[in-house]
Design a protein around this ligand. Structure first.
Ligand code: GLV
Ligand code: MN
Ligand code: MN
Length: 414
C-alpha cells in the first residue's frame, strides 16, 4: 500500500510550489528575504494555506506564532504526527532552506489523499516561528516555546533591530491572517520528521540522494558589547581614545586564533557587527557583535565557549566589554528507531541513503525533547546555503518527499 503513496508524489507540483513561495520576499539576485512574522512571511503562509485548504486541511496557530495545517486522522483524539520546518529566511536566503520541509510535508499529505489513504493519527504540517534567528535573536523560538524550552513571556518581549517586539510581530501576523484560529501551545506529539536540504556538500559529493540524519551538532551563541567613547576623528589624541571598533576587531582576531583547529571541525562565526555612531569622522563609541560557535563534541564546545569572556576582556584596552551567553545547545543524537524507519523507507522508495550528522541547526532540535524525532536530508548544489544561490534539483526534492511520505504514513498508522 505504501509504495502507492510514494508514487503519488508529484515532482513538478512540488517544484512549482517552491518557485511560487520564493516570490514572497524575492530578491533581485534570485534569493529571498522573508523575515519572521513579516508581511512576506504572512503572504507565504496564505499561499500555503490556499493549497492546504483545497485538500481539506485545517489551519491554526499558537501563542508563539507557529503555524499548523492539519489532516484529520480517523482517530482525532490520538496524538498527531508532526512534520514541517520554517518559512522565514536569512536576509540573503535561498528558495529551499525551511520551505522544503513545509512543502514536502504538504506533498506527502496530498499523496495520501490522492491514494485515498486516511491515516489513523492526524498529520500536522508545521511552519515554526523564527527558525533563522535573523530578525529576532535567538533562532528556533517557536519550536523552543512549543517544547517548553523557552518561556513564552521571554520570547514575546524580544525586539528586532527596529525595536519591534515579537508580541507586536505576532499581532501583525494575526492581522494579516485573521481567519486562522488559535490553538493551545504544545501538546502531545507521536513523532516529528523534518525534511531539509543538507546545506552542506556531503550528499552531493558522495552521490547519495537521502541523508538519514544521525543528530545535530552543538551550538553556542553569544553577544559581545564593547563600550568606548565618541571623540572627534581629527582632534582626539590616540592615547585618550576609547575606540570600541579597534578593541572589537582585536577581540575578533584573538577569538579566531583560539576557535581554530587544523581539521576544520570547530566553526566560529561573527555574522553581525553593529557600530555606533557609525559615522566616518567619529571615533566609535560602541560595537555589538554576535558569535555563533559550533562543534559536534559537546565537551569541546563547552570549553571553547567558556573561554570567550576572558579572551574578549584581554583585548578590551581602555574600553569596557560585556560578553553575554545567549544560547547553549549541546550535540544531540536522534533515536535509532527513527533513523531505521527513514532508512527502511528510503530502501522501499529505491533511493540511496547514507547516515549524516547535521552541521546546521533545525527545529528538530527542540522537537527531539518532545517526541521521537528524525530528519531527512536531500542534496543541495555545491553545498551552498544561507546564500541567494542556494539550489536543489526537482528530482532530489521529490525523492525526499517520497521517503517522508512513507515515514509519515508508517508513523501515523499505529
Ligand atoms: C540554521 O539556520 C542554522 O543557522 O543552523
Ligand atoms: Mn532551515
Ligand atoms: Mn537557515
Amino acid at each position: 500500500m505504501s509504495a502507492a503513496i510514494a508514487s503519488r508524489i508529484d515532482e513538478a507540483r512540488l517544484w512549482e510550489r517552491h518557485m511560487s513561495i520564493a516570490r514572497h520576499g524575492a530578491t533581485a539576485a534570485g534569493g529571498v528575504n522573508r523575515q519572521a512574522l513579516s508581511p512576506e512571511e504572512a503572504s507565504a503562509r496564505r499561499e500555503v494555506t490556499g493549497w492546504a485548504s483545497a485538500l481539506g486541511l485545517k489551519a491554526s496557530t499558537d501563542a508563539a506564532g507557529n503555524f499548523f495545517l492539519r489532516l484529520e486522522g480517523t482517530d482525532p483524539s490520538a496524538a498527531p504526527v508532526l512534520t514541517g520546518s520554517h518559512l522565514d529566511s536569512q536576509p540573503t536566503g535561498g528558495k529551499f532552506d525551511g520551505v522544503y520541509g513545509v512543502l514536502a510535508g504538504l506533498e506527502s499529505v496530498e499523496a495520501m489523499i490522492a491514494a485515498k489513504v486516511r491515516p489513523r493519527r492526524s498529520i500536522e504540517i508545521v511552519a515554526w516561528m523564527n527558525e533563522e534567528g535573523s530578525r529576532f535573536v535567538p533562532g528556533m523560538m517557536g519550536s523552543a516555546a512549543f517544547a517548553g524550552a523557552m518561556p513564552l513571556e521571554e520570547i514575546l518581549g524580544i525586539r528586532d533591530a527596529a525595536g519591534v517586539s515579537v508580541a507586536e510581530g505576532l499581532a501583525a501576523m494575526k492581522q494579516a491572517c485573521p481567519e486562522v484560529p488559535e490553538r493551545a501551545l504544545g501538546g502531545p506529539v507521536k513523532a516529528y520528521v523534518e525534511a531539509h536540504i543538507e546545506q552542506g556538500p556531503i550528499l552531493e559529493r558522495e552521490g547519495f540522494t537521502i541523508g538519514i540524519v544521525t543528530g545535530i551538532q552543538g551550538k553556542r551563541t553569544f553577544r559581545v558589547t564593547v563600550t568606548g567613547e565618541e571623540a572627534h576623528a581629527g582632534t582626539s589624541l590616540r592615547r585618550d581614545r576609547k575606540d570600541a571598533l579597534l578593541a572589537a576587531t582585536q577581540m575578533v582576531q584573538a577569538l579566531v586564533a583560539v576557535m581554530h583547529d587544523a581539521e576544520d571541525v570547530v566553526k566560529f562565526t561573527v555574522g553581525r557587527f553593529t557600530v555606533q555612531p557609525n559615522a566616518p569622522s567619529v571615533v566609535p563609541s560602541s560595537v555589538v557583535f554576535s558569535i555563533d560557535l559550533r562543534h559536534p563534541d559537546s565537551a569541546v564546545l563547552q570549553s571553547l565557549g567558556d573561554r570567550i569572556p576572558e579572551i574578549c576582556a584581554a583585548q578590551a584596552g581602555p574600553c569596557e566589554v560585556k560578553s553575554e551567553k545567549l544560547t547553549t545547545s549541546m550535540s544531540l543524537e536522534f533515536p535509532p528507531a527513527m533513523r531505521q524507519l527513514i532508512g527502511a523507507c528510503a530502501e522501499r522508495v529505491g533511493v540511496r541513503s547514507m547516515e549524516i550528522l547535521s552541521a546546521a541547526g533545525h527545529d528538530a532540535r527542540y522537537l527531539h525533547t518532545v517526541c521521537p524525532t528524525g530528519m531527512i536530508f536531500v542534496p543541495c548544489k555545491d553545498g551552498i546555503s544561507h546564500n541567494e544561490a542556494e539550489s536543489a534539483t526537482a528530482s532530489d526534492l521529490a525523492d525526499g518527499a517520497r521517503v517522508l511520505a512513507e515515514a509519515l504514513l508508517e508513523l501515523s498508522r499505529d
